[in-house]
Design a binder for this molecule. Structure first.
Ligand code: PMV
Length: 324
């Protein structure tokens, strides 16, 4: 069996985080400068069925069956086996690496799941469609996030900008509206990773509690955010991405009102704006993690430098095109 190497990009949410959990549309784009990789290699001397998982970034080197039944890596492999109706696996080794910053809202968990699902299925002789890969990664996302909207696995499995609206709760997240966005004119984002980690599960839980306590207020905020996602899609498809700057600033005000910004993120957003960004907002769950700034291409180095100066532990400049 030949060795199989697969990869999956990181992602950022351009508009609509949190509101997307409550059925509003959001926009996410892949970030190809960072990625997760999985390498599947046969280990003919090992006993039949022995699958060894190595993830040096997190110090993991174990047999698959030694991992807890709901360990994300074990779920990713077992999801493939169920889909392909495979009961007895050949002996092989999976080596997982990732350059996607952890707990930063860049989708590292979903990207690792997508890479592992692809490596395992291709090693076993079947190339799954992006849709099936995404559905399997969604199951893994539930371990990381509790009640994920499904936007991370969707944008990472398809590898292209997406307008996403979750299916109603009753449908268990399946049948969500997933529309690829045509990027009529490329645009440049500077991503600033803050030094605070973002804990998606906790932040999403805190927003749910606040929503339960004041449903009407939060529903109104989510409606406002939905209108911004719709308007932003129009800007991207019309080739006027610079008009998204003001929409990003507005989205940030709503994210603050939802209660998911932080001092560190606000400092980065202010630094980006002061150094000439067209718009800036946090991205992902918030209360740490990353923020993004829309810039004219020639401004990118100055904005990245300003973010580093204001405390970003990493900056990434990325150009968003139709299919990266
Ligand atoms: O980018 P992350 O992984 O921090 O995701 C958060 C996005 C949310 O909208 C807050 C949650 C979700 O599942 O969509």
């Amino acid at each position: 069996m030949p060795a199989i190497l697969t990869s999956a990009p990181g992602k950022i949410i351009l508009f609509g985080e949190h509101a997307v959990v409550y059925g509003r549309p959001a926009i996410a784009v892949p970030v190809t400068q960072v990625q997760a990789q999985a390498l599947a290699v046969a280990t003919p001397r090992a006993p039949l069925g022995e699958v060894r998982i190595q993830a040096p970034d997190i110090g993991l080197d174990a047999r698959l069956d030694e991992l807890a039944p709901r360990h994300p890596l074990r779920l990713a492999v077992s999801g493939v086996c169920e889909t392909l109706h495979i009961q007895r696996l050949p002996a092989f080794q999976l080596r997982v690496t990732s350059s996607i910053p952890l707990s930063s809202g860049m989708g590292s968990g979903a990207a690792v799941a997508v890479a592992v699902i692809r490596a395992t299925s291709e090693f076993l002789g079947t190339k799954l469609t992006d849709e099936v890969v995404s559905d399997l990664a969604f199951e893994v996302e539930k371990v990381h996030h509790g009640t994920p909207s499904g936007i991370d696995n969707t944008v990472i499995a398809t590898g292209r900008p997406v307008y996403f609206q979750k299916a109603p709760e009753a449908e268990g997240g399946l049948g969500s509206r997933i529309e690829p966005i045509t990027v009529a004119a490329p645009f440049v984002l500077v991503i600033g990773i803050s030094s605070e980690r973002s804990q998606t599960l906790q932040v999403v839980g805190a927003v749910r509690q606040a929503w339960q306590a004041n449903e009407r207020h939060y529903e109104a905020l989510f409606d406002q955010v939905a209108a911004l996602s719709q308007a932003a899609r129009g800007c991207i498809e019309a080739g006027r991405p610079e008009e998204m700057g003001a929409l990003m600033d507005e989205n940030q005000q709503y994210l603050k009102a939802i209660g998911v910004s932080s001092q560190g993120l606000e400092a980065l957003i202010l630094a980006a704006k002061k150094s000439g960004a067209l718009g800036a907002k946090l991205s992902g769950a918030g209360r740490g993690g990353n923020m993004i700034a829309l810039v004219k291409p020639e401004q990118a180095p100055a904005v990245a430098a300003a973010l580093a100066e204001a405390g970003a532990r990493q900056t990434i400049v990325t150009e968003i095109r139709g299919k990266n």
